[in-house]
Design a protein around this ligand. Structure first.
Ligand code: C2O
Ligand code: CU
Ligand code: CU
Length: 488
């Protein structure tokens, strides 16, 4: 484990010692609780509509300042606050109104990542709103319960706006999930985690894009920020805890595990619950992707600590506070997901991702606001085949030489790119000719492609308007690794 500059004020040796302690899940008395910041839980945003069938919210995108480390204030941006935003909780079948105000000094949008809405409500790059503007977004929720998120999407500004703090969670609820015995006490045994890595200078100031490499590889940080806090810890009861994981990083792919090697259950992907939970010790989450896991702490002694980790970084310290009543269960079968039949697809399209230094393209093109790349018939089912050609298609098969450099997954032939599509949820048909792993058998909207990978996905296009698909490494997105499509 590498503790590269987790902030100058944090006494590196003591921290190293604490991290090693936590790695071995050593118990120690409550009074010796490690230093750090309690994990902030993003507040649920108040619904201003008294009707039980509708939700209405107010969101303000604004400038702010935040002391990630005591004594150094960094310029940030947030929704209804100085960093990140509140949780919008909506119900399937409900009509939702969101009144938005742009109090930034520049253009912005609010994109609902993973939500199926018409193009005009999607907050993509075609609908920027100037500084000072107010607008209203209306949609009807018609998809299964899931952990989605919202963030800006102005072409060229997405990387910096998200990095400075513009992101929030959108939780879709439905009756099926409500009636399952899963942990669902928000903030108690149902914990959202917006995972971000940030770069700080030795004075604790937030830095963005300091070199050409940050453009080419995307912006990688040296410090984890979870729900807006550096060096976070969470007290958990000795029971099952559900974590809603959102990779809100600009570029880093997480390979999450528990520091003591314990397994956990993955219950959901980007677009909601899996049919069946499955047990794993490692979860890969690329920028834009979400997953829900349940870790069971009932076997831990009071005072034990362990951590959620990713290679090179500690993500979240967990501190088990003692036995807690637990009447939750993880059912063997949670929901039904009807596979979309390949034979129902009326069209197949291919998308080739390529990178030559800072020249990032899809099908040889960089994004243009003045061009529509694909036309999709409203209601059509289509198969999209996505291929990561690496550098100029020089990539052969195989994955020898995989290496990790500060969380960047590189291989012979280039970088891994997370591919995201707006306006739909898709199912993964095949990854490199194989049936996808259990982690990719649920609803998805973002999929990671290692160099040489070939992934086939299938979706039904049920929302009209103009949308985009893109690499979710935000600096690649800003450089134009994005294309557009209309559904009509
Ligand atoms: Cu998370 Cu196009 O977005
Ligand atoms: Cu999106
Ligand atoms: Cu990319």
């Amino acid at each position: 484990m590498n503790t590269t500059r987790i902030g100058h004020r944090s006494f590196p040796l003591i921290r190293l010692f604490l991290i090693m302690l936590s790695l071995f899940a050593v118990s120690y008395p409550l009074s010796a609780r490690p230093s750090g910041n309690p994990l902030p839980i993003p507040p649920l945003l108040e619904d201003n509509d008294p009707s039980p069938e509708r939700e209405s919210f107010n969101l303000v995108a604004q400038n702010g300042a935040r002391e990630f480390f005591p004594g150094s204030r960094s310029a940030t941006k947030g929704y209804n606050g100085s960093y990140l935003g509140p949780v919008l909780r909506v119900w399937r079948g409900h009509n939702v109104t969101v009144n938005i105000e742009n109090r930034l000094n520049e253009k912005t949008t609010v994109h609902w990542h993973g939500l199926e809405v018409d193009g005009a409500m999607d907050g993509g790059p075609f609908y920027p709103h100037a500084s000072g503007e107010r607008w209203t977004v209306r949609f009807t929720v018609d998809q299964p319960a899931a952990t989605l998120w919202y963030h800006p999407h102005v072409h060229g500004l997405i990387g910096e706006q998200v990095y400075r703090g513009l992101s929030g969670i959108l939780i879709v609820e439905d009756d099926i999930t409500e009636n399952l015995p899963l942990p669902k006490d928000y903030g108690i045994n149902d914990i959202p985690l917006i995972l971000q890595d940030k770069r700080f200078d030795s004075g604790g100031n937030l830095l963005y894009k300091t070199s050409v490499a940050d453009l080419m590889h995307g912006m990688f940080g040296n410090t984890m920020v979870v729900n807006g806090a550096v060096n976070p810890y969470l007290d958990v009861g000795a029971r099952k805890i559900r974590f809603r994981l959102i990779n809100g990083s600009n570029a880093r792919t997480f390979e999450l595990s528990l520091s003591d090697g314990s397994s956990f259950k993955q219950i959901a992907t980007d677009g909601g619950l899996l049919e069946q939970p499955f047990e794993t010790r490692r979860l890969v989450l690329s920028p834009g992707e979400r997953a829900e896991i349940i870790a069971d702490f009932s076997g831990y002694k009071e005072g034990s600590t362990l951590s959620l980790v990713t290679p090179g970084l500690e993500v979240l310290r967990l501190h088990v506070t003692g036995t807690a009543k637990d009447d939750t269960r993880i059912p063997k079968k949670m929901v039904s997901i009807a596979p979309i039949q390949e034979s129902s697809a009326e069209k197949k399209r291919t998308f080739v991702l390529e990178q030559m230094g800072p020249n990032v393209t899809i099908n040889g093109k960089r994004f243009s606001m003045n061009r529509i790349d694909e036309k999709v018939r409203f209601g059509a089912t289509e198969i999209w085949e996505i291929r990561n050609a690496g550098m100029g298609g020089m990539m052969g098969p195989g994955r020898n030489f995989m290496s990790r450099f500060r969380g960047m997954i590189m291989m012979r032939g280039g970088m891994a790119h997370p591919f995201h599509i707006h306006g739909i949820r898709f199912q993964v048909l095949e990854r490199n000719g194989q049936k996808p792993s259990p982690a990719e058998q649920g609803w998805k909207d973002t999929v990671l492609l290692y160099p040489g990978d070939n992934v086939r996905v299938i979706a039904k296009f049920m929302r009209k308007g103009a949308f985009v698909y893109h690499c979710h490494i935000l600096e690649h997105d800003d450089l134009g690794m994005m294309g557009s499509f209309v559904v009509e």
